[in-house]
Design a binder for this molecule. Sequence first.
Ligand code: ATR
Length: 288
Amino acid sequence: MRGEHSIDSHTDLYGVIGDPVRHSKSPIMLNKAFREAGVNGVYTAFHITPDKLGDFITGVRAMNIRGVNVTIPHKQHVMELIDEIDADALAIGAVNTIVNENGRLIGYNTDGIGYVRSLKEEAVASLGGKHIVVIGAGGASRGIVYALLKEKPARVTIANRTIEKAEQLARSLDCGGTEMHVEPNERLEPLCGEADLVINTTSIGMFPKVEEAPVRGSWMKPGAVASDLIYNPLKTTFLKEAEAQGCIVHSGLGMFIYQGAYAFEYWTGKPAPVDAMREIVLSALKQS
Ligand code: ATR
């Protein structure tokens, strides 16, 4: 029954692995989702160091753990230990969700699609034909650019401090009909002025250095979308300045919620109770 959450001998096990992991809000969010949707599951956090990753996967098989979220530093290494990798996760080169289908461990990546779903629900209905600037060329940027390209924007520009990394990333992706450009960070001011959407995938502006910003909000076109993957703080300096400039702002909380929502849906086959998940994460963030 909705709202009830009694653990019994039929309860399915789930969890997140990472090193570190104790800061994770995933257990609060997914246990809330199970309660809301009436799923007999329990979700916890496992602190797994890199030398124990193989033992953990053996444990998943032995105990029939039904679903696992994977975070730093295991997203790449875990790929060698599971049975099957979804085509998108393979192209991105990272797995953040494992589904245990009767003993067969299948890896997915829900970060990029989670980001795009939250962007479309919260900030911009369609990305078709848009000019997008992505700041940063690390792991997070890769998943996001991959998912963005499926939405057929007119142009994606990747700006990065180390230009070679942006070039490598651009070269490795199939751009379809989208124009792909690579630029150094020094060019961000004019680039932001032309963009419909600017996305910060770097850690610049994250707690505790909250006064820092990857670009000035005043560089943006009023009415454009400013998006930041950071959710601590919920409104970064970049987003505050962009809001003052008349932009629509989109915080990293949505990506976190929707990557979890996709994981929930892959595991249970039920639609994720997204509003309840957001509400409990927001209140947990306010307390910490
Ligand atoms: P993640 O997996 O979170 O994307 P990452 O792979 O370490 O983390 O990538 C971090 C990104 O943020 C990189 O693009 C990095 O730029 P470099 O490729 O030049 O290292 C960028 N970044 C981080 N701190 C930065 C800073 N202070 N100034 C400019 N770029 C920064």
